[in-house]
Design a protein around this ligand. Structure first.
Ligand code: HSE
Length: 377
């Protein structure tokens, strides 16, 4: 029997899914244990020069109503119409694999529940860390652990920009434009620069690890738009790299504290060496101590690789993978406030630049400083 799947969206990631699938079709079919093919590609635009032009449709119902299509790769981005399309597919028992972190961070609990009820899967390996396998390790390979924290560089665009500023003195805007040309940035790069993309990813990780849906609105989020080149250089001379860190940790109170903010990473911390578009996540657990996951965090084929891994899994597993799910949580009181965060801080004020003693987030905000950036422990 042959598995037919559809690809929703033919942008950077969607076109990468089709390209990588046909490049490696023979191996993919061996690994899936079945013949596979792309039956439809959904996009409102025309692609008259595409070698797959006969597969294009502008009508989602062609896919929804075709019983031969048992798996769908959603690569459109944004909450709507992606949510409506994905929900409809899952209700018909078609497994969905998505790269859309906004969708998972906002609606993951609902979609996971629908998938469970309809004996299919809502997979989202590509939604965090691009090419890096992180979702499966967290709920499968590391399932025996009590995970106490995950901290990572989860946005390729900002890491690329910070690396260019650091290595090449490249102005922020120029580095951003280059990231956009390379297909790393979101449609609206504000989501990258202001930390919203990393926030969605840490929400997904937090929900998966701690079992309750964490919404982006519950997470303190600060991006890199206020990072000055001088601070990057001064931090370097003090032995630190400035990185946008997305993290979640279990607090003594039992609550969890997710946050996204630029941090000074000491050079003896392996994450300080994660450069360019690469992402990394450091997972801490009682059995493993620490495990580091590292790879390309954005881009066409790296992200397509993760989407296709999920599509192959959909072809192989006709049962719901229940370990990859979490509960809805209207009550977000299990998420701690950033006020409970304490750290040493890099401070630049009228007196110059220095690293402070440990102080609370609230006290650090009261300082009359031009720059105030926490140090990662
Ligand atoms: N804009 C995202 C990034 C794409 O730069 O990491 C991958 O999620």
């Amino acid at each position: 029997m042959s598995v037919k799947f559809a690809v929703l969206g033919h942008g950077v990631v969607g076109s990468g899914v089709v390209e990588l699938f046909y490049k490696n079709k023979e191996n993919i079919e061996k690994r899936a244990g079945t013949e596979m093919d792309v039956k439809y590609i959904l996009d409102l635009r025309d692609f008259p020069d595409s070698p797959y032009k006969e597969k294009f449709t502008k009508d989602f119902n062609d896919i929804l109503n075709d019983d031969e299509v048992t798996a769908v790769a959603e690569c459109m981005g944004g909450v709507e119409p992606a949510f409506t399309f994905v929900r409809s597919c899952l209700e018909k028992g078609k497994s969905v694999s998505t790269s859309n972190k906004e969708l998972v961070a906002e609606k993951g609990d609902i979609l996971l529940e629908i998938a469970k009820k309809n004996c299919c899967n809502f997979f989202f390996e590509a939604s965090v860390g691009g090419a890096i396998p992180i979702i499966r390790p967290l709920h499968k390979c590391l399932a025996a652990n009590d995970i106490s924290a995950v901290a990572g560089i989860l946005n390729g665009t900002t890491n690329f920009i910070l690396t260019k500023m650091y290595n090449e003195n490249m102005p922020f805007d120029e580095a951003l434009a280059l990231a956009q040309r390379l297909g790393y940035a979101e449609k609206d790069p504000t989501a990258d620069i202001e930390g919203h993309d990393a926030c969605r990813k840490i929400c997904i990780i937090s929900s998966l690890v701690f079992g309750k849906h964490v919404y982006p609105k519950s997470v303190y989020t600060k991006g890199i738009s206020q990072i000055a080149l001088d601070d990057v250089k001064t931090a370097d001379s003090m032995g630190f790299a400035i990185k946008l860190i997305a993290s979640v940790r279990k607090q003594e109170s039992g609550k969890i504290l997710p946050a996204v903010m630029p941090m000074l990473v000491p050079y003896d911390n392996i994450m300080s060496n994660v450069s360019d578009v690469f992402n990394a996540a450091l997972v801490s657990g009682d059995g493993i101590d620490k495990v580091m996951l590292y790879g390309r965090g954005a881009g066409k084929l790296p992200t397509a690789s993760a989407v296709l891994g999920d599509v192959i899994d959909s072809a192989k597993h006709k049962v719901n993978v229940f370990s990859q799910s979490w509960e809805s949580a209207d009550d977000q009181s299990f998420v701690d406030s950033i006020e409970s965060f304490t750290a040493k801080w890099y401070i630049r004020d009228a007196e110059g630049s220095r690293i402070s003693e440990k102080m609370s987030f609230a006290d650090a905000q009261k300082l009359d400083a031009q720059a105030c950036i926490p140090v990662l422990e």
